[in-house]
Design a protein around this ligand. Structure first.
Ligand SMILES: *Cc1c(COP(=O)(O)O)cnc(C)c1O
Length: 460
């Protein structure tokens, strides 16, 4: 081991032959001694090199690139702790600026007077939205002298896993409305069969993780209006706009999905998805302050008693919040619109190219968020599946996951592409070429591919 070697060898330090580099590092136990920082750096650096190339990862929604100014700001602020609002009052102010910008972008009736917060991601933001719904429901039930032991939350079977976590961690029944070929996402169909007096809310997704489709929030709200008219139940909506919250305001301005709809009480988004910031950053904003129950808010006294905090975590990095503000300033509406439109153009170029190849059928085409999924046409082949195509593309460096759809459609396999800022038309064209070549290769096979290669690689 390095630390037992003759100290003299350290003064020579030939590249990749230094003590510690010519042996295998201890990885799951602490070594007794120390290591040269250069050596430790090289080992960790080299190990991370084995990770895939982030730019070719078309499975993830999360940002993998920011410009040099952002990188500089990141380096200047990576020591800031978001919770130390006392020590970093300006970062706390920047956080407020950001959620007010979002409240305004999402048409809150009172962007200055409402409330919001940054989080580590949409998962935490969704949990906070869910908790507010649950607490409001509990208070209303208690006021009526009714039991509060069986809350349920109604949502599509294609929700992101964070909602199943919310329900599991906070003891809420998850009422999943199954998607089907006819109802490809939650659209209000038969909603009356799922909601009842114990329903704390309905989740509508702007950019379903499985496919990229927008759920028609306005239509869902209209259905809830009907339900209220016939039953008296007044049920509100949290919009999980993890992706769409930073797309729709810029390139689908006519779409009504946000606080313009009265039943939408809270909206969450991921700053690190189409907000274009490095991971991890999320946001949640309430329509008006009354929809975040006061008893969930903690006041940090060392700030004069007026700095409200509402989050699951205490300490977490503040740098991402600073980066979000940088992008809001730098890009404005025009810049975000250009970037999101460019992503959508690439998504539509890819989806039409794939649908023209013959063997494939699109589930959707990338005109909501720049994400789309496709399936193998029925009867095209029994020799290979989309898992085989995913595997073949992986050998070229592309990560394009295939996975089963959620329950009710679990026998349907789809493959999905997430277009992020950085997937240029030119790269997309190479990808289409590779998909075409690999599909032809699979079609030429004389015998079926062994099917144990089917490994659902679903990336939320
Ligand atoms: C990604 C995603 C989430 C979870 O977001 P994180 O920021 O990764 O925690 C929740 N809902 C939807 C619809 C998503 O796409």
């Amino acid at each position: 081991m390095a630390q037992q070697r003759d100290k003299n060898t350290l003064s020579v330090n030939p590249l990749f032959a230094r003590p510690g580099e010519d042996t295998i590092a201890l990885k799951t136990k602490l070594a007794d001694g120390q290591m040269m920082p250069e050596t430790a750096y090289q080992i960790v650096h080299d190990e991370t090199m084995l990770d895939g190339n982030a730019r070719l990862n078309l499975a993830t929604f999360v940002s993998t690139w920011m410009d040099d100014h952002a990188n500089k700001l990141y380096a200047e602020t990576y020591d800031k702790n978001m919770i130390d609002k006392d020590e970093y009052p300006q970062t706390a102010q920047i956080e407020q600026n950001c959620w007010k910008i979002l409240a305004d972008l999402w048409h809150s009736p009172d962007p200055e007077g409402t409330i919001g917060t940054s989080t580590v991601g949409s998962s935490e933001a969704c949990m906070l939205g869910g908790l507010a719904l649950k607490r409001l429901w509990q208070s209303a039930r208690r006021a009526d002298g009714k039991p509060t032991d069986k809350p349920n939350l109604v949502m599509s079977s294609a929700v992101q896993v964070c909602w199943e976590k919310f329900c599991n961690y906070f003891d809420v029944e998850a009422r999943l409305v199954p998607i089907s070929e006819e109802h490809k996402c939650l659209d209000g169909f038969e909603l009356e069969k799922y909601v009842d007096e114990n329903t704390i809310g309905v989740v509508a997704i702007m950019g379903v993780t499985y496919t990229g489709m927008y759920e028609p929030v306005k239509q869902i709200a209209a259905k809830l209006d009907d339900i209220q008219a016939s039953t008296g139940l007044d049920i509100n909506i949290h919009v999980d706009a993890a992706s769409g919250g930073m797309i729709a305001p810029f390139i689908q301005q006519d779409l009504e999905w946000d606080f313009k709809i009265d039943r939408v009480h809270s909206i969450s988004t991921s700053g690190h998805k189409y907000g274009l910031v490095y991971p991890g950053l999320g946001w949640v904003v309430w329509r008006e302050r009354q929809w975040l129950p006061e008893d969930l808010i903690f006041y940090v006294s060392y700030l004069g008693g007026d700095m409200p905090t509402f989050a699951l975590n205490f300490s977490r990095p503040g740098a991402q919040v600073v980066l979000q503000f940088y992008l809001f300033l730098r890009l404005g509406r025009e810049g975000y619109a250009k970037i999101q439109q460019a992503c959508q153009d690439v998504a539509v170029y890819l989806s039409s190219g794939i649908s023209e190849m013959g063997p494939f059928e699109l589930w959707n085409d990338g005109t909501d968020i720049p994400v789309f999924a496709w399936r193998l046409k029925e009867g095209h082949t029994d020799k290979w599946t989309l898992y085989d195509l995913a595997e073949r593309l992986r050998t070229k460096g592309w990560l394009v996951p295939a996975y089963p759809m959620p329950s009710n459609l679990e026998n349907l396999t789809v493959e999905r592409i997430v277009v992020r800022n950085g997937l240029s038309m030119d790269l997309a064209d190479s990808l289409l070429d590779d998909i075409r070549k690999e599909t032809e290769y699979l079609d030429r096979l004389e015998s079926p591919m062994p099917q144990e290669s089917a490994q659902p690689g679903f990336h939320h």
